[in-house]
Design a protein around this ligand. Structure first.
Ligand code: NAP
Length: 329
């Protein structure tokens, strides 16, 4: 059977695409990426599964835990009959329609494909970055998203690691909440654009620590960030910095290895989309962080999942006409 819609990935973008296509009677099949937890791909639910409080997703007056929000979305799409395969896609062939998607040895054919495989924040690699329930401080003092979590650091001092545009942008954003923001950068020059550098450097609440790396975050046992052990990479000297929050802003990696050579990707590996969600392959749509390195919010991902679903539906409605003119099958 050729599926009308196959959705790869299960964050807010994928769940919303499933919701809309299921309610349009397109019987979507989702492959949720939920097992195998490779280094690149998060489990089902995406990055919100490693977040705690989400206060900026509309509709929840008192906020909601990230995993709970994803569980609700999953139940909602299942209520409308979305089929879910709990596995990773291992290979795709987008060279002709129907598109082919493999989950290990099983091949699935799809008339339209919605890609919502997300992006993964890069981490330094400290054990303290693990989620709180794995004994770390991820989601409870260590975060890779200032827009999401800056609010929790009102009146506190925080540090941010990185020297690119994201680190500068997030450092400036954090000054809306924190009393002091220390940028910790491993070199003595920034990678960020000149304008962002200047903005951050002249900000009275932002200080820079150069040639410095974080070696340890204290104190997972207390379940909160209290201070950092730092090392100057030039002198090898260690020091300590008292902060209540640590933000990691060393970049994201879009989960697009599967699509390299088959879809147009930008220089950082994000899927290039035109007219919001259309990819370089007709009938293949991309939604959420896999095509968005700018907003990276649950709500913007959900919005683009809705757009992808509507585009897929329109494609399927007009495919017959288009096939008569241009398509071989
Ligand atoms: P990025 O440009 O790759 O910068 C990553 C930064 O993290 C670099 O300074 C890098 O240090 C540092 N870093 C990497 N690995 C590290 C590690 N293990 N430990 C410590 N530091 C580490 O990433 P980005 O800032 O997320 O930006 C990605 C792209 O989006 C860029 O093209 C950027 O211009 C764009 N962007 C634009 C805007 C804007 O225009 N408003 C905002 C955000 C992002 P080194 O410098 O030593 O390599």
């Amino acid at each position: 059977m050729v599926r009308k819609v196959v959705i790869i990935g299960s964050g807010p973008a994928g769940y919303t695409a499933a919701l809309y296509t299921a309610r349009a009677n397109l019987n979507p099949l989702m492959i949720d990426g939920g097992v195998g937890r490779g280094q690149e791909l998060l489990g089902a639910g995406g990055q919100l599964m490693i977040t705690t409080e989400v206060e900026n997703y509309p509709g929840f007056e008192h906020g909601i835990q990230g995993p709970e929000l994803m569980a609700q979305m999953r139940k909602q799409i299942q209520r409308f009959g979305t089929e879910i395969i709990e596995d990773l896609v291992t290979k795709v062939d987008l060279s002709q329609r129907p598109f082919k998607v493999w989950v290990n040895d099983d091949m699935i054919e799809a008339r339209t494909l919605i890609i919502s495989t997300g992006a993964s924040a890069k981490w330094i690699g400290l054990p303290e970055e693990n989620p709180v329930w794995e004994g770390g401080l991820g989601g409870a003092g260590i975060s890779a998203c200032a827009t999401c979590d800056g609010f929790f650091f009102r009146g506190k001092e925080v540090a941010i690691v990185g020297g690119g545009d994201t680190a500068m942008e997030e450092a400036i954003y954090l000054t809306n909440h924190a009393t002091k923001v220390t940028v910790i950068h491993r070199r003595d020059t920034l990678r960020a654009s000149k304008i962002m550098q200047e903005r951050a450097m002249k900000h009275p609440k932002i200080e820079f620590l150069w040639n410095t790396v974080v070696e340890k975050v204290h104190d997972p046992a207390a379940k909160r960030v209290e201070k950092l052990t730092l090392r100057n990479v030039v002198t090898n000297e260690q020091s300590e910095l008292a902060v209540q929050g640590l933000f990691i802003a060393i970049g994201h990696k879009p989960n697009t290895d599967l699509f390299a050579g088959q879809l147009e990707l930008d220089e950082n590996g994000y899927i290039v989309t035109h007219h919001d969600v259309r990819t370089s392959a007709y009938g293949v749509y991309a939604a959420g962080d896999v095509q968005d390195h700018e907003y990276r919010q649950a709500i913007s991902a959900a919005g683009s999942g809705c757009m992808a679903a509507i585009q897929a539906e329109r494609f399927l409605e007009t495919e017959g006409e288009e096939m008569a003119n241009t398509c071989e099958w």
